[in-house]
Write a protein that binds this ligand. Structure first.
Ligand code: F0G
Length: 418
């Protein structure tokens, strides 16, 4: 068992047991609850320079708030440092003046998962692990496979058969992972893995129940704070599936406050697809327990999840931040994806368009000048099949005069397809 870094411990969110070494399977060995990394009082305040002083290092610039000793050697692909893009054409659509997109699709494997993976894989390698394993709707597996390749260890991924976007499978294959398909849902795959992982010596689980993953993912909050001129937004809106990311980003903002860098906190707004919305259902019922959705269904395969592993952490984040969870339909997701690409030039996968879909609904009810950050969690190229491409129906030219004639029609906005 590897000792937790000096000044840090892992704590069970259910029974409060404190661990000074990583327990097997990263779950509480007393009650099975979720763990979180806690910076203990000895850590003290952190200055802005200490936290933000190394801009070139991506996620690892935030070492002062990561559970590692100073001499850690990260397994890194220069993840993090993604742009916060202000929107120029959406404000009119949304009735909001100040909407920003945190474009996590610009991470090395095209999703926010890289922020967490660099940290959890670094930890696994420190612990002498030789095989990394995860259950995934696609992005976790693409990311883990890349970091495993980088670290020179083996990657095994478990995915729901036929339910993962093709780009993500292409990535896992290219990075050399062993792909195992489950005849069932993502929830079936994760539950099988979690039941098995503690009895597999030499394996380490890279799903977001691994608290080190969330330590990396919380750094998105630090960047948003810096990119908004060292202030926190009023709202952070993000898609919610297994619920690790909303928990991680909320933790990041709370740590900024605990470090003495801000007094304000944002309201967290989670967005789920209507057909996969167990957290929204619990939230609006005012319940602390999540009833799993047995056959989750949505076009947004990344968040097609019925039994979110970090659901408890997410409900706490929503409550503490005075936030909310909204649901959007598949049609709304598809339309929002098109809108973000065609009006702002930001192409995301379906799940990542859910926040824009939600803002179209609630925008008019928010303060017009509110600062809103939508987290665009994954790159659009990962999921090409959900866009109907009618390339064969577009005009075909074979000579210069044909091209000229066509372009004249384009110029007069009178293009008719052949
Ligand atoms: N957006 C994208 C693009 C995702 O891939 C995921 C999760 C989420 C949002 C939701 O994040 O689970 O932390 O609430 N994808 C996981 C995977 C489940 O296996 O790639 P979450």
């Amino acid at each position: 068992m590897t000792r937790v870094a000096h000044g840090w411990a892992l704590r069970c969110i259910d029974c409060d047991t404190r661990f000074e070494s990583d327990p097997p399977g990263y779950s509480c060995s007393r009650c099975g609850g979720l763990l979180e990394a806690v910076r203990e009082a000895a850590g003290g305040p952190v200055s802005r320079t200490e936290l933000f002083g190394r801009p070139a290092e991506g996620v690892w610039r935030f070492r002062a708030l990561l559970p590692f000793e100073a001499d850690v050697r990260p397994v890194s692909l220069r993840e993090g440092g993604t742009p916060l893009v202000g929107t120029v054409n959406l404000p009119r659509e949304l009735g909001l003046r100040n909407v920003h997109v945190k474009n996590e699709g610009q991470n090395p494997t095209g999703s926010f998962k890289d922020r967490g993976m660099t940290v959890s894989v670094t930890r696994a390698v420190q612990s002498g692990v030789r095989v990394l394993i995860c259950a995934s709707t696609g992005n976790t597996s693409a990311s883990m496979s890349a970091y495993a390749a980088r670290a020179g260890v083996t990657a095994a991924i478990i995915v729901p058969a036929g339910k993962v976007a093709s780009g993500k499978m292409v990535q896992a294959t290219a990075y050399g992972a062993t792909i195992i398909r489950v005849d069932g849902t993502f929830d079936d795959a994760l539950s099988m893995l979690l039941q098995t992982i503690s009895s597999l010596p030499g394996f380490s689980g890279m799903n977001s129940v691994n608290p080190y993953r969330l330590e990396g993912q919380k750094t998105a909050a630090f960047e948003i704070y810096e990119q908004l001129g060292f202030s926190v937004p009023d709202y952070v809106v993000l898609p919610v599936g297994n619920a690790g990311n909303i928990s991680a980003i909320w933790k990041g903002f709370k740590e900024l406050r605990a470090a003495g860098l801000t007094e304000d906190l944002p309201r967290m707004v989670g967005v789920q697809a209507e057909g996969a919305s167990p957290i929204a259902r619990a939230f609006w019922k005012g319940s602390d327990s999540i009833v799993p959705v047995q056959s989750p269904s949505t076009v947004a395969s990344a968040i097609r999840i019925g039994n979110p592993a970090s659901g408890k952490k997410a409900l706490a984040a929503l409550k503490e931040s005075d936030g909310m969870v909204l649901t959007v339909s598949d049609d709304e997701i598809v339309a929002a994806r098109r809108l973000l690409a065609s009006r702002e030039g930001i192409f995301v996968e379906p799940a990542s368009a859910a926040p824009i879909a939600a803002l179209r609904e609630i925008g008019p009810r928010l303060e017009k000048d509110a600062t809103v950050v939508c987290v665009a969690t994954g790159n659009g190229l990962k999921d090409p099949e959900t866009i109907k491409v009618e390339i064969d129906g577009s005009p075909l030219v074979s000579d210069r005069s044909g091209l000229m004639a066509l372009l004249e029609r384009v110029a007069s906005r009178n293009l008719v397809t052949a």
